[in-house]
Design a protein around this ligand. Structure first.
Ligand code: IPM
Ligand code: MN
Length: 360
């Protein structure tokens, strides 16, 4: 009997629905070809629902979503809703409550895609960022006192415990062992780089650095360990991205460097990410926003969403299907699409989805 995966589909706001439709088109084609089944259920969480009902997420949402094998998300963010409400109330809440403690962000330049980095090609830009996804400054520990006075104090603390740091590091070491440059036949070693700020944030990154070397030495002797300050990492991501294999970092630093990484791989039209709970329900998304000004025009690029779908299949164990989708996307970027930008692809959103599905 073929396997059936239960997938919760959250198109969300703006162009989210358009890109997710192409993603599910490709997922369905992959299911047919590789002999598994997808049982898709739509949820309407997002800005429109909030504006209608005043509710960001119903109380039942988290419990309902826990019944699925994975979540496929479009985009969150609505022009008529104050920034922060939907991001915190949907995206961050799901990450936290589903304990998706890893944000996996490949930074990979596909063939035929333009990068703003001079003299760099696909052979130079091919690494992965493992971002801690549920802790650190994102938990919002702190507050404001004497608000509105000139004595106002605002505190937002970067809090990590050993458990959070260690489980993230272990995921990153495991990932590096299986997917590092050596494992892929692209280099001599599998290397994990810790990105931190041990010269200033001497508490939090001291914990990260000690845990990194202890865990690595004890359990992953074959993975090479490097340490980089986050500011220097930004320079090397531009100047010598080919140095990197797998990087692991805290939530806030990971948020920042993965946007820098995304632009080097061609930007929001292509960058995808996974919010992963290795023991639970994971959620996959294109990392671009809801692009309100392009909504409904059929010109947004669905490739990031399609790649997010491939990451979802990979996490579910459908490795061959995932690889085949990624290869199909690379073929399209290499031979068909002129630009990843909305309206400049030379094809409509659904034509791009059709082309990927046809290759499968
Ligand atoms: C991301 C986004 C989110 C984050 C926002 C929308 C809350 O920027 O996934 O990187 O900061 O994590
Ligand atoms: Mn971000």
């Amino acid at each position: 009997m073929s396997k059936t995966y239960k997938i919760a589909v959250l198109p969300g706001d703006g162009t989210g629905g358009e890109v997710v439709a192409e993603g599910t088109k490709v997922l369905d084609a992959a299911a047919k070809k590789f002999g598994f089944k997808l049982d898709l259920t739509d949820f309407d969480f997002g800005g429109d629902r909030y504006l209608k009902t005043g509710e960001v997420l119903p109380d039942s949402a988290v419990g309902d979503l826990k019944q699925f094998d994975a979540i496929y998300l479009g985009a969150i963010g609505h022009p008529d809703v104050k920034p922060g409400i939907l991001e915190k109330g949907i995206l961050l809440r799901l990450r936290f409550e589903l304990d998706q403690y890893i944000n996996l962000r490949p930074v990979k330049l596909y063939p035929g895609v333009d990068t703003p980095l001079k003299d760099k090609g696909p052979e130079h830009i091919d690494y992965v960022v493992v971002r801690e996804n549920t802790g650190g400054i994102y938990t919002g520990t702190g507050g404001i006192s004497m608000k509105g006075t000139d004595q106002e104090v605002a505190v937002q603390s970067m809090v990590y415990n050993r458990f959070q740091v260690e489980r993230c590091l272990r995921y990153a070491f495991d990932y590096t062992e299986r997917h590092g440059k050596k494992a892929q036949g692209k280099g001599k070693a599998n290397t994990l780089g810790l990105v931190g700020k041990t010269n200033v944030l001497t508490h939090v990154f001291d914990l990260w650095e000690r845990a990194f070397h202890e865990v690595g030495k004890a359990d992953y002797p074959d993975v090479e360990r490097e340490y980089y300050h986050v500011d220097a990492t930004c320079m090397w991501m531009v100047k010598s991205p080919e140095w990197f294999d797998v990087l692991v970092t805290s939530n806030m630093f990971g948020d920042i460097i993965t946007d820098l990484g995304a632009i080097t791989q061609g930007g929001m039209g292509i960058a995808a990410g996974g919010n992963i709970n290795p023991e639970g329900v994971s959620m996959f998304e294109p990392i671009g926003g809801s692009a309100p000004k392009y909504t409904g025009m059929g010109i947004i690029n669905p490739l990031a969403s399609i790649v997010a779908g491939a990451m979802m299949l990979d996490t579910l164990g459908e490795y061959k299907a995932a690889e085949t989708i990624e290869n199909a996307v690379m073929k399209i970027t290499d031979t068909k699409i002129k630009s990843l930008a909305a309206g400049k692809m030379g094809y409509s959103t659904s034509e791009v989805g059709d082309m990927v599905a046809d290759i499968l």
